[in-house]
Structures are given as structure tokens and as C-alpha cells.
Write a protein that binds this ligand. Structure first.
Ligand code: T46
Length: 135
């Protein structure tokens, strides 16, 4: 299976506009403990880390950005530019976010509360953890 797992989000659209609902354990395979959103982005890239346990769904509800995922063996990227789908970011995936449009609003639903100890912010350390997981 590829690294990029896009989840299609159904819109209850009518003449008044769109409404997208995301339910835990329905559209996404985890309970939601935290929601955050990234906006006011300029050209600077973000991310450059992996999470030991955290699973997330990221939806670009406005504008666009590029999401790169790396499992320690290969890397793939996808342009997020639609509120009609989200990308599932599994645990132990190195992520980088590039090419933010100025109007980008990236909504993220997270399976865990914020925990700095869950972050792996060093790429070499990430590769070692991936190797250890194979043993
Ligand atoms: C991820 C990608 C997609 C908090 O205090 N609480 C939070 O819930 C979050 C997410 C961050 N923070 C603090 C930690 C840093 O001091 O906010 C600051 C910026 O976070 P960070 O540099 O990690 O932001 P990104 O955009 O590089 O990464 C974020 C998430 O942290 C990360 O989990 O997967 O978005």
C-alpha cells in the first residue's frame, strides 16, 4: 500500500453552501482528542518530524500545501487543496509540509493530546527507530 492515504469526505451541500462532518470511528479510524489548525502561512515549510503514537487527519479547508510523508524507506508527497478530502497521517511517518499558499488553512484532527515526548524531530533518530521496529 502507498504512503498517501486520502480519505474522501462527503459534503452535505445544498444551495446554501457546503457542510462537511467528520465523525470519530466513522470517517476516521480513531477517537479525536485534539483539534488544531495552521494558518497565516508564508513560504516557510513546517513539520520535519515523526510521531511515535499519534495518528492524525489533515484537511486543507482553504488554499493549498504539499504534504510529504516518509516511512523510512520511501517518501511520497501530495498536494492538499480541497476540503473534500483529508490525508491520514499514521504513526511513525516523517512529515514535511511545503508550498503553503498564503490563504492556506490546514485543519488537523489528532488521536492524542499534545505531547512533546511523542515527537521525533531528528531524521537520523527516526531512521534508527524504524530499523528497531523491524527487529
Ligand atoms: C504535525 C503537523 C502536521 C502545542 O502547544 N500544541 C499543539 O497541539 C501543537 C500541534 C503544537 N503546539 C506547539 C508546539 C510548538 O511550540 O506549537 C508550536 C508549533 O508546533 P510545531 O512546530 O510542531 O508545528 P508544525 O506545523 O511543524 O507541526 C504540526 C504538529 O505539531 C505536528 O504534530 O503532525 O503539524
Amino acid at each position: 500500500m502507498g504512503l498517501i492515504n486520502l480519505i474522501s469526505l462527503n459534503s452535505k451541500g445544498d444551495e446554501r453552501g457546503h457542510l462537511v462532518a467528520i465523525e470519530a470511528r466513522n470517517e476516521i479510524p480513531f477517537d479525536i482528542k485534539r483539534v488544531y489548525y495552521i494558518f497565516g502561512t508564508e513560504s516557510l515549510s513546517r513539520g520535519f518530524h515523526a510521531h511515535k503514537e499519534l495518528v492524525q487527519l489533515a484537511v486543507c479547508v482553504k488554499g493549498s500545501c504539499t504534504m510529504l510523508l516518509d516511512d523510512g524507506f520511501s517518501r511520497e508527497s501530495v498536494i492538499l487543496d480541497s476540503p473534500f478530502y483529508g490525508i491520514l497521517i499514521p504513526k511513525m511517518a516523517w512529515r514535511e509540509m511545503h508550498n503553503f499558499s498564503q490563504d492556506c488553512v490546514l485543519l488537523v484532527l489528532a488521536s492524542e493530546y499534545y505531547c512533546e515526548a511523542d515527537y521525533i524531530r531528528d531524521y537520523q533518530e527516526f531512521l534508527i527507530e524504524v530499523e528497531n521496529a523491524k527487529k
